[in-house]
Design a protein around this ligand. Structure first.
Ligand code: PLP
Length: 415
């Protein structure tokens, strides 16, 4: 593939230059068609079972995208009271929100309970806390199956060396605490990690999970977690996550379980990245191309405050170069590090990357930036967080979040 954005007509009726001119640079641009396509895919993972897919909104909580998720029939996962608040604003009813809590105060847990949202607890002390503030209540328990998966140590969220979930051998204590407070464990959930392209560990973890399920008599749902990968190396031909075969294997596994146990519960999943990563790109501008001691740099306005994944996880994002409204795909190439405008030597979007020869004022387009992109933005160096624009199904560009203003930088101060 030479240019992903051109192949899928990502920018609708515009060129990237026109978008930057209209909305400023840098700029997050989303494509409604792609995002809705992914939402439909996850909503349809288990057509033969009672199933809901929860969108994990820490990946991207733009209200416009949340409203689309609601329209496409997805439920949502919240990771904080703030996410519950935003989901309510987007129109989600309480029973379509699941609060996957982790090390929270009583106040936060009460916030979720008062909002009528089902809570998952992550440890025995948090289960005790739940019991104290909501005796007789219903809840879910996050289990850690002892196996994990993911693209980087920092995103493996189950297994023997992570902070998440309750270890399987502690299930008897879970039951004891539940009894003490007359709690009803109506759900169990897990999330083994983020960004796997091979679904084998996910299916393995589900097999463990189905065994743990036998310890709980009142189960109404089981949530297997998210983590489905996105092909971040698509320009080199990396293929999509094999959803079709995954669906077939999972369907069989769960049908067999239902037959064997005679049980029927609601199955849930909580993907995030898979839904929004490919439907978002980050545009910026090359302001300076230079060579320092043999290394070539493309200096852009795409700082680590705008996209932190490369710095935080050593993540790879494909980069395309646009000039005169078209992607540059032919001609000479060179090796560059694409860097931002933040005062940190680690402020590198793409390291030692082969790119077409870059000129000043070229547009730099970072692919697969729709997940963990804007949601991890900061004002580091007192930089302004960028605007977000949606290319809608008609190809029109709609501003869906304005860029910060300088006044936003001092809003919290009593000056
Ligand atoms: C982050 C997270 C997800 C989503 O992970 P993706 O890799 O983006 O699919 C799902 N569940 C929980 C509990 C999470 O923390």
């Amino acid at each position: 593939m030479e240019s992903y954005t051109q192949d899928v007509q990502f920018f609708g009726n515009y060129t990237p230059e026109e978008l930057l001119k209209k909305f400023g640079s840098p700029l997050y641009v989303y494509n409604e068609k792609i995002i809705r396509r992914q939402m439909k895919r996850v909503a349809g993972i288990l057509p033969n079972h009672r199933f809901t897919s929860n969108f994990s909104i820490k990946t991207n909580s733009n209200l416009t995208i949340l409203k689309m998720a609601n329209e496409e029939g997805l439920n949502c996962d919240a990771m904080s009271p703030g996410e519950i608040f935003v989901l309510k604003k987007a129109g989600f009813p309480s029973d379509h929100i699941f609060y996957v809590s982790n090390n929270v105060s009583e106040e936060e847990m009460k916030y979720a309970l008062d909002a009528g949202v089902v809570v998952s607890v992550d440890s025995l002390p948090q289960l005790e806390m739940f019991g104290r503030i909501c005796p007789g209540g219903k809840l879910s328990v996050r289990l850690n199956p002892g196996v994990g998966a993911g693209h980087h140590e920092k995103v493996v969220t189950a297994g023997k060396k992570t902070k998440f979930g309750i270890a399987a051998q502690d299930i008897p204590q879970v039951l004891e605490i539940a009894k003490k407070y007359d709690l009803h464990i109506i759900g169990i959930n897990q999330h083994i990690g983020s960004l796997f392209m091979d679904y084998t560990p996910y299916l393995e973890a589900i097999k463990h999970f189905l065994i743990y399920a036998e310890s709980f008599d009142e189960l109404e749902f089981m949530d297997f977690g998210g983590g489905f990968g996105t092909p971040y190396h698509k320009l080199a031909g990396e293929q999509e996550f094999d959803m079709e075969n995954f669906k077939v294997e999972l369907d069989k596994l769960l049908s067999d379980w239902k037959k064997e146990t005679g049980k029927d519960v609601l199955f849930k999943m909580e993907p995030g990245r898979y839904i929004v990563a490919e439907g978002g790109v980050l545009l910026g501008q090359a302001y300076s191309v230079k060579e320092n001691y043999g290394h070539k740099y493309v200096g852009t306005d795409i700082g680590m405050n705008v996209l932190i994944r490369p710095e935080l996880y050593d993540s790879w994002h494909d980069v395309e170069i646009y000039r005169d409204g078209k992607p540059v795909v032919d001609g000479p190439k060179d090796i560059y590090s694409v860097v931002g405008n933040i005062c940190e030597s680690g402020d590198i979007v793409a390291k030692d990357r082969e790119l077409p020869v870059v000129k000043e004022n070229d547009v730099v387009c970072v692919l697969d930036a729709g997940a963990y992109g804007y949601s991890m933005c900061s004002n580091y160096n007192n930089r302004l967080r960028p605007a977000e624009v949606m290319i809608n199904n008609q190809g029109e560009a709609v501003l869906i979040r304005r860029r910060d203003t300088y006044e936003d930088l001092v809003r919290g101060f009593e000056v």
